[in-house]
Design a protein around this ligand. Structure first.
Ligand SMILES: Cc1cc2nc3c(=O)[nH]c(=O)nc-3n(C[C@H](O)[C@H](O)[C@H](O)COP(=O)(O)OP(=O)(O)OC[C@H]3O[C@@H](n4cnc5c(N)ncnc54)[C@H](O)[C@@H]3O)c2cc1C
Length: 425
């Protein structure tokens, strides 16, 4: 039987954090595209989502930020970093950032993603294919000219001028392009839960101890997300120990959360979040490129994985009309995207790995230094602002110079400790 052949300008593999934004932006610009998503429909699973200011900016540009259902989003301003046991070390306040993105937006699971997919279906009816799995590339010499897939189990071919691999950390598009990836699975992952919060639970808490992390983020509907670091792959082992053991561990880390843990009554309130990092030496080829986790998955300490996929999408969407118009889709031309995005992505990957070293540690000396840095940040508005703008996705430069590191560790005073330079972000 012959394969169905579809012709388009841009074929996107994966309707996740990056692919869906790219498809919607292209549709808004009138560029023809199809998106292949192997899942049967929009994601439904439990996942915590914090929209950082750079992600809010992307949603605003898509015309969606103000349209997110108010009952499903919550603005959070203050993030308190504490030692395991409850002692506060440092408070970071998003109100310090320039308006209007001077807050973190915590959404109920998949809310922003569903809004993007809904808008896409309206803007480009028939352009989003569920149950469609990428199986290989179509090539002409060394140039990618489309892809092969199965859709509802039937083979299909797509002829396109550009293929975008937005298919996540274990990208098959990347593999088909022969782009080798250094994939690192961190030894720690997270158990996540969404629970009822007590009244006036308005500020996030992030508790760090010796090989212990518990993050508590206020969510809409008087709820709270809990992120609890566990050994990678140990979700079943944690479950085997029972809910009471988990409740006790959490209350030991944060004695203030007794009221919250009493609402943890069933494992269905929890989920597992694996963590990994992807590094590749190139993101582009003739007629194809990679965005998001396929190119550069990062540790969640950066709080930027999804945001960076979204920013990739916007950057590519802005470049595509010019590439199509001038028919310049060589790897050399597409490198403009990689050059624009690598600095921030690489910085965040390095920073998140450094945070893993200090935040996840069981080593008393490293934990001591970590807590010292948090205490310095609490007093030092300049360095605190640097950290905030980095997490907010507003910086491409590393937050600290070598001298700043010495100051942050508390070994040198900082004459400019109270100088905040909003413009430097
Ligand atoms: C539980 C959890 C919670 C997270 N919370 C946050 C958070 O709060 N903030 C944050 O910034 N980041 C978070 N992340 C990370 C974030 O989800 C990713 O960094 C982000 O989704 C990357 O977007 P992406 O488009 O590159 O990949 P993905 O979102 O992974 O999308 C890839 C898509 O490609 C599809 N696909 C894969 N292979 C194929 C194929 N062969 N054919 C067709 N389709 C295919 C997949 O089904 C998927 O839909 C979280 C991750 C997890 C797992």
């Amino acid at each position: 039987m012959g394969r169905a052949m579809i012709e388009t300008d841009v074929a996107i593999v994966g309707a996740g954090g990056g692919g869906a934004v790219l498809a919607l932006m292209l549709a808004q610009q009138g560029v023809r595209s199809v998106v292949l998503e192997r899942a049967a429909g929009p994601p439904q699973g439990l996942r915590g989502e914090i929209l950082q200011p750079n992600g809010q900016r992307v949603l605003d540009r898509l015309g969606l930020l103000d349209k997110l259902p108010t009952q499903a989003v919550r603005s959070v301003h203050r993030f308190n970093f504490c030692r395991s046991g409850g002692e506060r070390l440092c408070t970071v306040d998003y109100s310090d950032l320039p308006a209007p993105y001077n807050r973190a937006v915590v959404t109920l699971p998949n809310v922003a993603h569903h809004a993007i997919l809904d808008a896409l279906e309206k803007q480009n009816p028939g352009g989003l294919w569920y149950d469609a799995t990428f199986t290989g590339l179509r090539v002409d010499g060394s140039r990618v000219v489309g892809l092969q897939a199965t859709r509802h189990g039937e083979p299909v071919e797509v002829s396109s001028r550009l293929v975008v691999g937005a298919d996540g950390a274990f990208s098959k598009v990347r593999e088909s392009l022969g782009i080798s990836a250094d994939i690192y699975r961190y030894p720690e992952s997270y158990l996540i839960a969404i629970l009822k919060a007590p009244p006036r639970f308005d500020e996030a808490r992030y508790l760090v101890g010796k090989r212990e992390i518990l993050g508590l983020f206020p969510a809409a509907g008087q709820q709270v997300y809990a992120f609890y670091m566990i050994k990678a792959g140990s979700y079943d082992a944690v479950k085997a120990q029972g809910l009471e053991a988990l409740r006790q561990a959490w209350v030991r880390i944060d004695p203030g959360m007794e009221a919250i843990v009493s609402g943890l009554v069933d494992w269905s309130q929890t989920g597992y979040m694996p963590t990994g990092r992807v590094r590749t030496d190139r993101w582009v080829a003739d007629g194809a490129l990679l965005i998001g986790d396929a190119a550069h998955a990062m540790n969640p300490h950066a709080s930027q994985g999804r945001m960076q996929a979204m920013v990739d999408a916007v950057t590519v969407a802005d470049l595509i009309p010019g590439w199509l118009k001038h028919d310049t889709l060589s790897a050399e031309a597409l490198r403009a995207f990689e050059l624009a995005r690598r600095p921030q992505v690489s910085m965040l990957q390095r920073l998140a790995d450094e945070q893993c070293q200090f935040w996840n540690t069981g080593n008393p000396l490293l934990a001591y230094l970590r807590d010292r840095v948090f205490r310095t940040l609490d007093r030092n508005a300049r360095l605190r602002y640097r950290v905030l703008t980095t997490t907010a996705g507003l910086r491409s430069q590393p937050p600290f110079s070598l001298l700043d590191r010495v100051i942050a560790a508390g070994f040198l005073p900082d004459p400019r400790a109270q100088v905040r330079l909003p413009d430097e972000a």
